[in-house]
Design a protein around this ligand. Sequence first.
Ligand code: TYD
Ligand code: MG
Length: 457
Amino acid sequence: MARDGATYVCQSCGASQSRWSGQCPACSAWNTMVEEGGLRPPGALAATRPSRARGLDFEGLSGDVRSPPRLLTGIEEFDRVCGGGLVRGSALLVGGDPGVGKSTLLMQAVAAAAQRGATCAYVSGEESVDQVRSRAQRMGLSGAPVKLAAETSLRNILDGLKRSQFDLVVIDSIQTLWSDSHDAAPGSVTQVRAASAELVRLAKREGVAIILVGHVTKEGAIAGPRVIEHLVDAVLTFEGERGYPFRVLRGVKNRFGATDEIGVFEMGDAGLREVANPSALFLDTSGERAAGAAVFAGIEGSRPVLVEFQALVAPSAYGTPRRAVVGWDSGRLAMVLAVLEARCGLSLGSRDVYLNVAGGLRISEPAADLAAAAALASSALDVALPQDCVVFGEISLSGEIRPVSRTEARVRESAKLGFRQVLGPRDAEPGPLKLAGVARLADAIARIGDGGWPETA
Ligand code: TYD
Ligand code: MG
């Protein structure tokens, strides 16, 4: 029964309604509607002030338009994903699974920025000051002039930040904050939204760069991030596969830079280490390449990254064959399988298919289609691809191999890592490599089946 004035807010997507329901009508999640305090009456709002419209040309300053001042942490992988450093007066959200290493990353970033002369604060709502300190000590950062606070009250945090002028402030995490002007529980959409909005406002007003940490729920959304993503200027996610030491920082939204950038780190005993050359990390260049493996020459953001696609096509023990994919899109896999079946006569319909991107990286480029198809065909035919061959190319539904962007960077990186030939679109410019050009997927499969490579190893 709906009470007067009560609002029920979905904790997954932030939709609100006046009645409780078991399923959210907006995002269809179950048991996520929670009663939260309603909006304040308009009378409670502050006095109004008419807004003033201004020209695009900075009021006659045209020709002297400055780019936003950047604050560099000196951690290159981090600065690059931010779009060339943090922007003063902006708010950045870093999301990720609990335990992936967000606190570690941001402690390192804040310490590095402090060592370069910025005044920095790290506010933890999850750990005590001593815990944060001892972690920093283990990472060899205890000498960095970072101000620490353990605080969850939004009012205290805002007061503290207003009193001293900081360049950079990390709030770890938004889910622990609570504002006493709302009676909803900490971590609820209302609290997360209210606290974030206050902090963003403070960032703009005081010219501070604020980094908010947000945990991702098991559904894949930071609790409340859909509700705060539009409030912040940039959203980064920190990802990593369990069992791998590699962590990838990825831009999702950025008002001040490109969003397809990634930063790669390796988690060790003394915190995160930057990985400047990810290809060497994701690729096992020693030993023979087995049947079912294909090296994809990909582009992540501004950098080429080589990764291995591994496929296993096996007889199915069940009526419905299994399809499992890690690191790639399952819809894309279904499409490639359909094209292999319909255009190349490779029958996989009754077999189990497993596809894995080695190293825990997630690939979303369409240019990876041919690499996935080559790995699948290699496994199905039980023929290994040449050791020194990289693959790229987009596959259309008609089975054609389409050209991909930035071929030059792909082949340059491949040549640097010792590869000598490329299986790719027929008109690709192979640079120092030899091109095994294919116009159709069927040609690629035929080549894999009966050899005929430009370079015979
Ligand atoms: P943490 O930064 O606390 O994760 P988050 O803030 O995203 O929840 O990282 C926790 C994990 O990282 C923990 O499982 C231990 C590991 N770790 C290391 O392996 N080495 C280190 O130097 C540190 C600080 C953490
Ligand atoms: Mg943490």
